[in-house]
Design a protein around this ligand. Structure first.
Ligand SMILES: C[S@@+](CC[C@H](N)C(=O)[O-])C[C@H]1O[C@@H](n2cnc3c(N)ncnc32)[C@H](O)[C@@H]1O
Length: 222
């Protein structure tokens, strides 16, 4: 799914983001979000990192969770707020204009679930390492991290194939938006280094999209 790089262009036109991402990914992202959200229980406290127009936050709220959803892009947040109103879920979603760089302000062990869709691949290496460290700190013991994102394929052949399609798209995206994304490399190791255990991970056929659940160890084993 090399087309993920084009989402950077869509982010500069938030009103077209939802339709654009659905068309670009043929609904695969939405289906992944449905599956991830199924791990959320009513009454849980959930943080959505890089919520955008709110697809994950809305799913979590619909399952009865209380959601704090953060994003740096105020236009994306405006659309998320509108979706919240339209679906009657606003009272369960707190939208906050905030960067992952400010996660240190969140209370330790205050979330049952942290989730993130297509945002971690927009972070630089240091920012990603910092974010995962903060996620481990703010999750309660036994809490879950749910991620759907673009990753670097593991096998050399698929990596080359992926790059072949992706590089021209990345150049096009950069020319139009002056921004780009990078598929996450070595996500498993990064999560383990941050102190999380991987519970399940499903990758797409080309290995470029991952749907993953990781867990903070329970207190007894922490
Ligand atoms: C590709 S969009 C995905 C949005 C949404 N999660 C979804 O699945 O549709 C990535 C989002 O991450 C946000 N983002 C990027 N860098 C961020 C950061 N440092 N802190 C918080 N949000 C960030 C962007 O503003 C954007 O809304």
């Amino acid at each position: 799914m090399s087309t993920f790089v084009l989402m950077r262009i869509l982010e500069s036109a938030p009103q077209r983001y939802d339709l654009g991402i659905r068309l670009l990914t043929l609904g695969r992202v939405q289906r992944a979000y449905d599956r991830l959200a199924s791990y959320i229980d009513p009454g849980q406290r959930v943080l959505d990192i890089g919520c955008g127009t709110g697809p994950l936050a809305l799913r979590a709220a619909r399952r009865g969770a209380s959601v704090r959803a953060i994003d740096v892009n105020p236009q994306m947040l405006e659309i998320a707020a509108r979706h919240g109103r339209d679906t009657g879920l606003s009272d369960r979603i707190e939208l906050v204009e905030m960067s992952v760089a400010e996660l240190d302000a969140e209370r330790s062990e205050s979330y049952d679930v942290v989730m993130s869709g297509l945002c971690l691949s927009e972070l630089g290496d240091d920012e990603l390492a910092y974010t995962l460290k903060q996620v481990t700190r703010i999750l309660r013991p036994g809490g879950l991290l749910l991620v759907a994102d673009e990753v670097r394929p593991q096998s050399l052949v698929t990596r080359m194939l992926h790059s072949l399609v992706r590089i021209p798209l990345a150049i096009l995206t950069y020319v139009i938006s002056q921004r780009t994304t990078r598929p996450i490399a070595g996500l498993h190791d990064k999560l383990t280094q941050a102190g999380l255990s991987i519970m399940s991970a499903d990758t797409s056929r080309l290995g470029s999209f991952i749907e993953l659940m990781a867990k903070k160890p329970d207190k007894a084993t922490a």
